[in-house]
Design a protein around this ligand. Structure first.
Ligand code: ZN
Length: 259
């Protein structure tokens, strides 16, 4: 079976409270995102889902320990996510779990904690066209996309200024019919973890059925999965030098020179 273990977290509120959303995503957005991942990655991936109302929001220590990449969709329920769980997810990202923040997850507690800024933006709900321009054509996340851009016929607009730190890599820039532009695909590294913010996904449009969106999320899962060296995040006082130190006067309060 698969080597990539993905957990898709969805607050799962709109799908139960809004008829329009219910029709598009009867089993929840997480179910459709999961289908898309299986379609893109096949046997390479093992997918599980977690939602807000489960105990510990479905994100227990055990679940996170068995997760290589966490996908996050949240909107009206951001404040209902417990801080202790947010902290747990942050620690797991720092130690190497990938995180893909979708659409309104820009305002989630976990994304804002990892970014350190407000992460706010301008927006408008007018069902307008979005054109996502590929601005990093050599990147794994855009692998297999055809053309210089792809389009979504009806979307909610997100516009600049988007208050995020400078991304490590900018993958997509969106243009909107109404005139705004937006950094709609951004990568970040925090500790050992890789983070991808991907904008598409407003709940009243069938965005997670779109083949290009599915391809990008599948590619992003591969990209964000743990890699690199061992993580040495916590503080480490090294009393024994690696090599003899000539200075006879030690001034560091923690330094004990052997007699
Ligand atoms: Zn939205």
């Amino acid at each position: 079976m698969g080597s990539l273990r993905v957990t898709i977290w969805n607050e799962f509120l709109h799908e139960r409270n809004n008829e329009v959303v219910q029709k598009i995503y009867p089993d929840g957005m997480h179910a459709v995102i999961a289908d898309g991942l299986r379609e893109q990655l096949g046997d390479e991936v093992v997918v599980r889902t977690a939602t807000l109302n489960e105990p510990e929001h479905g994100l227990t220590e055990e679940v996170l320990a068995e997760t290589d990449v966490l996908i996050w969709w949240g909107h009206v329920g951001h404040d209902q996510v417990e801080d202790a769980i947010v902290e747990r997810v942050q620690k797991r990202v720092l130690s190497g779990m990938g995180l893909i923040a979708l659409h309104s997850a820009h305002a989630s507690k976990i994304f804002r904690k990892l970014m350190g800024t407000e992460c706010m933006l301008r927006w408008r709900e007018a069902g307008e066209r979005e054109r996502l321009w590929i601005v990093r054509p050599g990147h794994e996340i855009v692998s297999g996309l055809v053309g210089e851009y792809f389009e979504l016929a009806h979307t909610e607009m997100y516009g600049e200024f988007f208050d995020i730190p400078q991304p490590d890599e900018l993958i997509f820039i969106s243009w909107f019919e109404g005139g705004e532009v937006f950094r709609s695909g951004c990568t970040f590294h925090r500790g050992r973890g890789r983070i991808f913010y991907f904008r598409p996904g407003h709940e009243t449009y069938p965005i997670y059925y779109d083949s290009n969106v599915r391809r990008v999320i599948g590619n992003a899962v591969r990209w964000a999965a743990t890699t690199g060296a061992t993580y040495y995040g916590p503080a480490r006082n090294i009393a024994e030098p690696l090599h003899p130190i000539a200075n006879p006067k030690a001034t560091d309060e923690h330094f004990q020179r052997p007699q």
